[in-house]
Design a binder for this molecule. Structure first.
Ligand code: SF4
Length: 327
């Protein structure tokens, strides 16, 4: 039986970090078993906020792709491509923008949040307001049945669903209405307990060296009430403990939990254990990264092949679209 299709993308605005692993990439990797996956580098989306510094985008695309492959996205299983290489996305975006009511975009909660979160950038642009329409084009182009997203992105998928319904109603029933596939893993926080993000300078990057990780973990904020070594701690309030739950074996986690509550383990030692376990988990990725960096042709070939497969699908979809809108 043919697998159902899913589509998801990532903006190349900086190096990838543990938040990307736990918020998306681990899930993307496991979805490959059950779905035909289209995963793309969303470079046009990056341009909506980085239009003054497009050089960031170009540098980042290759680096992000190396992380994707190192983590286990499989170009034999999934179509891995770069959005701007498939010009049909721009055409479908244009068609959708003709009938998408402005209030649908103005009420988008993440639009308002991002305007606030990035005050240093002028985001009062036509492109930024309309990025969910471009997302709808990205998703519907491949007639996706599902879209894997975190909870904070589910409003966008809802908008894509509305655009699909509106297109189907106005012209012809050619787009499946995609389902939201919520990412199961919890979001991992940054070293300062805010959302992990390149712009907050609180991220642990996939490409960080062992030494960098040791230093970064040593600086992590812990339970704010454990000011001195003899104070008992509260693992539930400590971000380091949240990392232990992901990277340390269960028995040791229980030992640390008890030790923290009874103040028999100090934060310095606790962080050293965590950094060492995190480094162990990242070691195979570092090795794979090194191989890919030494052989740039591997990534070039993956992209060329992925672009060709995506383009073929996109061309068919656009032929159907042009036919039903009679242009
Ligand atoms: S001992 Fe570990 S879990 Fe407890 S507060 Fe310190 S770093 Fe956090």
């Amino acid at each position: 039986m043919e697998k159902k299709r899913i589509v998801s993308g990532m903006r190349p605005t900086g190096k990838l970090h543990l938040g990307h692993i736990h918020g998306a990439l681990n899930n993307w990797r496991s979805l490959q078993k059950d779905y035909q996956c289209f995963y793309f580098i969303a470079d046009w989306h990056a341009l909506t906020s980085e239009y003054e510094h497009p050089e960031i985008i170009k540098q980042t695309i290759k680096d992000n792709l190396i992380d994707w492959i190192a983590i286990g996205l499989d170009p034999e299983e999934s179509v891995i491509f770069v959005q701007s290489s498939i010009k049909e996305h721009a055409e479908l975006h244009l068609v959708f923008s003709m009938f998408t009511p402005l209030p649908w975009l103005e009420r988008n909660p993440t639009y308002k949040e991002q305007l606030k979160a990035m005050p240093q950038r002028d985001l009062y642009t036509y492109g930024f307001l309309g990025y969910p329409v471009l997302q709808a084009a990205d998703i519907l182009m491949y007639k996706a049945h599902g879209v894997p997203v975190g909870e904070d992105q589910s409003a966008h998928v809802e908008l894509t669903r509305e655009i699909a319904r509106r297109f189907n109603h106005l012209y012809s029933d050619i787009f499946p209405v995609p389902q939201t596939l919520l990412t199961p893993e919890a979001r991992i926080l940054g070293t300062d307990r805010r959302k992990m993000s390149n712009s907050y300078n609180n991220a642990i990057f996939i490409s960080d060296s062992k030494e960098v990780i040791k230093t970064t973990v040593a600086g992590m904020i812990t339970d704010p009430q454990r000011a001195r070594r003899p104070d008992p701690g509260r693992p539930d309030y400590c971000n380091v403990f949240a990392f232990h739950e992901l990277y340390t074996d269960k028995e040791k986690v229980r030992e640390i939990e008890e030790g923290c509550r009874k103040a028999t383990i100090g934060c310095v030692e606790c962080k050293q254990i965590m950094a060492s376990n995190l480094n162990k988990a990242l070691e195979p990725l570092r090795e794979r990264r090194k191989e890919l960096e030494a052989n740039p042709k591997i990534i070039e070939d993956i992209i060329n092949e992925g672009n060709n497969k995506a383009r073929e699908f996109a061309r068919d979809t656009m032929e159907e679209v042009r036919e039903v809108i009679r242009i």
